[in-house]
Design a protein around this ligand. Structure first.
Ligand code: DNO
Length: 358
């Protein structure tokens, strides 16, 4: 297992690489380029600069989160082939910099979604919360406005204002795209890029839908065990893998996260894991808790043990943390609570590891 930490780049992350370097057990950074429009080729020189920044700080960069997929590919428009060619070239360019894992998602229009970015917990910390009844009542425009005014002036991953500038047109393009069509478009995309992935040694790791159900009338096809099974079988290559995000899948109590880990990590199809906890608050409602089992609804010991038993040797990162100790910044991506998460997960791993060989 390699413990990693997400970083949003020197332009846009209030957390510096030297600080990340001081988190015990963390040697890998999960990064991305944030100034290349979705669908365009990531230039070799920009990738090299990012890689150098990370290396100069004594850290390693092998995982990219995310190379986003253009909506035309998800919709299956004829323009998709041009964007797929660009994606292939991006993969080649990333492989030149020894990138081995690419996290991406196939959610239409939006990436993750929360209805509250600063939900106050009884201990005074703040965290993100989701309430399905609110998401069903609010318009996407209103949500965008809320994010723009509440995100401390920082961009939120997957919510790039330039991409979402014309929401109505984007939504209209999805007209008639149901889950079946979206699935076929995902397969088309994977079939087109897998030969390059296999040639250059990159594993694709699709991120589950977050939250794991359709939103605003748009389909979602990466929400549960059967969806993951379909994806893994649709293109049966070891380079077609999953980002196992415990918080995303775990948001639906019907998903057995532990069984899903056992199944797919056991088959060697999980190169990357986001391990975080959530607390269910009732039907369709949850908040992102501290990582400890005692703070949330997921059993983190069981989760880590299952990864270990499956022979997992990929990358792990703590995920969304709360804002604690007066820290401000990008919701979910403060330093302190994620660092606590990394330490806790590292401790669980050590305990399971030593227990297994005792
Ligand atoms: C949210 C993240 C997601 C994730 C993408 C992967 O904080 O988990 O934005 O990076 O879905 O493409």
């Amino acid at each position: 297992m390699r413990m990693s930490f997400r970083w949003f780049g020197s332009q846009d992350d209030p957390i510096s690489l030297p600080y990340i370097r001081q988190i015990p057990g963390v040697r890998d950074v999960v990064g991305a380029l944030y100034d290349v429009p979705v669908g365009e080729v990531w230039p070799v020189d920009k990738i090299a600069v990012l890689k150098k920044h990370v290396h100069d700080a004594g850290l390693t960069l092998e995982v990219i989160e995310s190379v986003n997929v253009h909506d035309d590919i998800k919709i299956g428009l004829s323009s998709r082939d041009r964007y797929i060619d660009n994606y292939r070239q991006t993969l080649r360019n990333l492989a030149e910099a020894d990138i081995s894992v690419i996290c991406y998602n196939f959610m239409p229009v939006f990436d993750w979604l929360r209805t509250e970015l600063w939900y106050r917990l009884p201990d005074g910390s703040e965290t993100m919360q989701y309430d399905r009844s609110i998401s069903e009542a609010i318009t996407p425009d209103a949500l965008l406005e809320q994010y723009a005014s509440e995100a401390s002036g920082l961009s939120l991953p997957g919510w790039e204002p330039e991409r979402l500038a014309d929401l109505r047109t984007l939504f209209a393009k999805y007209d008639g795209i149901d889950a079946g069509a979206l699935r076929e478009n995902l397969k088309y995309f994977l079939e087109a890029i897998m030969p390059v992935c296999e040639e250059v040694g990159i594993t694709m790791a699709i991120h589950p839908d977050d939250p794991p159900h359709p939103l605003f009338g748009l389909p979602r096809v990466v929400s549960n065990r059967d969806d993951l099974r379909w994806i893994v079988d649709a293109v049966d290559s070891q380079n077609n893998g999953l980002t196992l995000c415990t918080g995303s899948l775990g948001a639906n109590p019907a998903n057995s996260v532990v069984d899903i880990i056992g199944e797919f990590a056991g088959e060697g199809r999980v190169p990357f894991a986001h391990i975080r906890n959530i607390r269910w608050e009732g039907e369709g409602r949850f908040y992102e808790s501290a990582h400890l089992s005692s703070e949330g609804s997921l059993d983190m010991y069981d989760i880590v043990r299952t990864f270990h038993h499956a022979g997992f040797d990929g990358f792990i990162r703590p995920d969304h943390g709360r804002m604690i100790w007066g820290e401000t910044g990008r919701p979910g991506y403060g330093l302190f609570d994620r660092a606590l998460g990394a330490s806790y997960l590292g401790g669980l791993w050590e305990a399971v590891d030593k227990g297994a060989s005792a």
